[in-house]
Design a binder for this molecule. Structure first.
Ligand code: GCO
Ligand code: MN
Ligand code: MN
Length: 391
């Protein structure tokens, strides 16, 4: 029997080496699982139907590796990817683990730290290109404060801008085909992180010299930690043509960064997100990776990690089917069909004094409109019925 939810490479599911390789360390206890070889992780990802793997420079190459060690590791990894049919669509830099970055990388007050961050990122970009990456993620994990007085927040933003402008020029100068995706997070590991939400990022991007090369990498957990609607954030990024990557996982509001299995806490929001990404409710289907930035619970052994990874992909495919069914439902279609009024619609944009007059003379009965229910309770119940599989 064929399993119609089984992940296939064309689903474009990707995992970070740091996700399926997460050994379960947390602030209260050490690893509970062995550290796995990146080549073995890639082979296993190929086996379970993933399309790609993403990585930080130091997920693959130890911080203090020599040039010849680096080259050997890279060629073994490339061989494992090829053998498993796994691609590397995204790469990024670890600018948060080493103590030099304890007070930030691009925002650190010490120019030597900022210089080191630029140098490390250029090397990691070279690595990403060598592995075939087309997207480069920037997550400013340590770019923040606990002691706010240590730095003017305006200087922090200027320093991040200088760094991004420098690195865009580096990419152009090398002739690389690479776009940047900026990932916001409100806090953790810092008390407060600069550019805390996707909305902050979208504005910041417009202030860059090469804003066309730069978009966002929104993460479910991060917007949810900030108490925001992830669907609205992703929608705004898509409308602006700025969704360059996405980090899928699951999160309860008001908690630490949980990074749970996709859909685990919020299946309804996950369904609404998939409607957007798959375009089932209208608009273009998003063509990028469906990347899972999540990890297995600390209760799991290595087998449990693969249950977790299969679960992320399977939930996505099940919800994708539900999204298609919801948007194909005639009752739903009728309820959300766009209301078109060929007299009024043209008056609502492209200002002219004549339109002001026309708007003022329209016959509109606010009380009658205000007294009419919209039926969204019924619509939401239909969504629930599709989600729960009863329709
Ligand atoms: C986190 C972040 C990271 C980044 C990763 C890639 O909260 O730890 O989500 O997992 O996504 O560093 O940039
Ligand atoms: Mn995260
Ligand atoms: Mn992330």
């Amino acid at each position: 029997m064929t399993d119609r939810y089984a992940p296939k490479p064309e689903d474009r599911f990707t995992f970070g080496l740091w996700t399926v390789g997460n050994p379960g360390r947390d602030p209260f206890g050490p690893s509970v699982r062995p550290t796995q070889d990146p080549c073995d992780l890639v082979r296993k990802l190929g086996e379970i139907g993933a399309w790609g793997v993403n990585l930080h420079d130091n997920d693959l190459i130890p911080f203090d590796a020599t040039a010849s060690q680096r080259d050997r590791i890279v060629s073994d990894f490339q061989a494992a990817c090829e053998e498993s049919g796994i691609v590397v669509p995204m790469a990024t830099t670890n600018l948060f683990s080493h103590p030099i970055f304890k007070d930030g990388a691009f925002t650190a007050n010490d120019p030597k730290v900022r210089a080191f961050a630029l140098r490390k990122t250029m090397d990691a970009i070279d690595l990403g290109i060598e592995l075939g990456a087309k997207t480069y993620v920037f997550w400013g994990g340590r770019e923040g404060t606990e002691v706010e007085a240590c730095r003017d927040p305006r200087s922090a933003i200027k320093r991040i801008r200088d760094g991004m402008n420098f690195l865009c020029e580096y990419v152009k100068d090398q002739g690389y085909d690479l776009r940047f995706a900026l990932e916001a997070k409100p806090n953790e590991p810092r008390g407060d992180i600069y550019l805390p939400t996707t909305g902050h990022m979208l504005h910041f991007i417009e202030t860059l010299d090469h804003s066309e090369m730069v978009g966002v990498n929104p993460e479910v957990a991060h917007e949810t930690m900030a108490g925001l609607s992830f669907v609205h954030g992703v929608g705004q990024a898509m409308e602006a043509g700025k969704l360059f990557h996405i980090d899928l996982n699951s999160q309860k509001i008001g908690r630490y960064d949980q990074d749970f299995r996709f859909g685990a806490e919020d299946p309804k929001q996950a369904l609404l997100l998939i409607r957007l990404l798959e375009g089932t409710g209208g608009g273009e289907r998003w063509q990028g990776s469906r990347h899972f930035d999540a990890h297995a619970h600390r209760t799991e052994d290595v087998e449990g990690v693969w249950d977790f990874a299969r679960g992320c992909m399977r939930t996505y495919n099940i919800l994708k089917e539900r999204a298609h069914a919801f948007d194909a439902d005639p009752e739903v279609k009728e309820m959300i069909a766009e209301v078109v009024d060929s007299t009024i619609d043209p008056l609502l944009k492209d200002y002219s004094p004549e339109k002001v007059e026309a708007l003022r003379s329209l016959a509109i009965d606010p009380d009658a409109i205000g007294a009419t229910g919209l039926g969204w309770e019924r619509l939401d119940q239909l969504l629930m019925e599709h989600l729960l599989g009863t329709r």
